[in-house]
Ligand binder design. Structure first.
Ligand code: 4NP
Length: 163
């Protein structure tokens, strides 16, 4: 089954939201979905209450989520690793092993960042869900295409994969 890991800095705001939204969109497709942070400050914590409130208000479930730090094994275990911003992508590239099989990319197809909402106001959390909702259908199509067209690396046509 194809698998996708969403990555942000703390794994309590953006990537848990992406996990929740994508799980809802993926339905019973069987795609394996997880999230992680490049930092470990919040390891074991549930999603930030502000992210959770905005996501749940829109009907998404955060049940069972607990933050964890990204690990080298993730580059072998997941087909797609999607970074929420350029800093996350840079941190992931720094730890990516030579023989990684994961397709590493920015999450937003236009190559822009999902802004970190942690130190901002409520609008930031709403914008995060907007951006994640808009990009999730793109990735769902890409991941489903990888099922029928073989290796994920050849199935993705995103500017950020060429970085
Ligand atoms: P996230 O947001 O990367 O979207 O989970 C953050 C959460 C926590 C911190 C920074 C960003 N922090 O510095 O603790």
């Amino acid at each position: 089954m194809p698998s996708v890991l969403f990555v942000c800095l703390g794994n309590i705001c953006r990537s848990p939201t992406a996990e929740a939204v994508f799980r809802a969109r993926a339905g019973d497709s069987g795609i394996i979905i997880d999230s992680a942070g490049t930092g470990a400050w919040h390891a074991g914590d549930g999603p930030d209450p502000r992210s959770r409130a905005e996501g749940e208000r829109r009907g998404y479930s955060f049940a069972g989520q607990a933050a964890r730090k990204v690990r080298v094994q993730d580059f072998h275990d997941f087909d797609f690793i999607l970074a929420m911003d350029a800093s996350n992508l840079s941190d992931l590239k720094a730890i990516r092993p030579e023989n990684a099989t994961a397709n590493l990319s920015l999450f937003l197809p236009d190559g822009s960042d999902v802004p970190d909402p942690y130190y901002g106001g409520p609008d930031g959390f709403s914008q995060v869900v907007d951006l994640i909702e808009s990009a999730s259908d793109f990735w769902l199509a890409q991941i489903k295409a990888s099922l029928t067209h073989g290796a994920p690396k050849s199935a993705v046509d995103s500017p950020s994969t060429k970085a």
